[in-house]
Design a protein around this ligand. Structure first.
Ligand code: ATP
Ligand code: MG
Length: 208
């Protein structure tokens, strides 16, 4: 591992298993590597406040562009306050969502201009992009069924058609960005974790 650390992001539609995989990776990799986990939006006091605003089911009036800017503001803060310093200390950072969520959700999901979102991502990250992105691909209906018992937040109230558009966006991103590796998120948790670890260790070039 270089002294610059290694930055991994996990992406996928709601209920695809990002948080579950992140937990598994932190536990497994934490035994041998210094690992820092963040979730998006969130990870700092300011970013968590923005998260509350974004996910609050009462805030149904938030406009598409406002939403994109709020995500970008939260991301900007966590990049400077947490991600960059951790990478500078040689740590592995695992992000539960990052910049590709902006393009998939606000771009393909809501129809905002893709170039505007790409520019916004460059601005709010200061050009710091993940070394490796694992995209958890799953049929939205299957993902939805996994989470029937949970209370929907503002974004999750938008239904299946929205998730179908977001998935299509992710598939396009995964097909065009070499950084993004697509995983079958319908397989069981252990298989998914093993596959993710293989890809990460290959990326780290430290072998298994
Ligand atoms: N590989 C898997 N197979 C079956 N069930 C799974 C798998 N991974 C996660 N789950 C279950 O599916 C549900 C959603 O998983 P999780 O919360 O990790 O998804 P998420 O991508 O983080 O969702 P969100 O975008 O809403 O945060 C949870 O109940 C979890 O236990
Ligand atoms: Mg989650």
């Amino acid at each position: 591992m270089s002294d610059r650390g290694f930055f991994i992001s996990l992406e996928g539609i709601d209920g695809s298993g990002k948080s579950t995989l992140k937990e598994g990776l932190m536990k497994e990799m934490g035994q041998t590597h210094p690992v820092v986990g963040i979730r998006e939006p969130g990870g700092t006091i300011v970013s968590e406040k923005i998260r509350d605003m974004l996910l609050d089911a009462r805030n149904s009036g938030i406009m598409g562009r406002t939403e994109a800017l709020l995500y970008a503001a939260a991301r900007s803060q966590v990049v400077e306050e947490v991600v960059r310093p951790a990478l500078g200390r040689g740590k592995i950072v695992i992000a539960d969502r990052f910049m590709d969520s902006t393009v998939a959700y606000q771009g393909y999901g809501r129809g905002l201009d893709l170039q505007l979102l790409i520019d916004l991502n460059r601005i709010c990250t200061g050009g710091l992009y993940p070394d490796l992105t694992l995209y958890l691909d799953i049929d939205p209906l299957k993902a939805y069924r996994r989470r029937l018992h949970e209370q929907p937040d503002r974004l999750e109230q938008e239904g299946l058609e929205f998730q179908v558009r977001v998935r299509a966006g992710y598939l396009k991103l995964a097909a065009t960005e070499p950084r993004i590796h697509q995983l079958d998120a319908s397989q069981n948790q252990q298989q998914l974790l093993d596959e993710a670890l293989r890809l990460i260790y290959a990326g780290l070039e430290i072998g298994e």
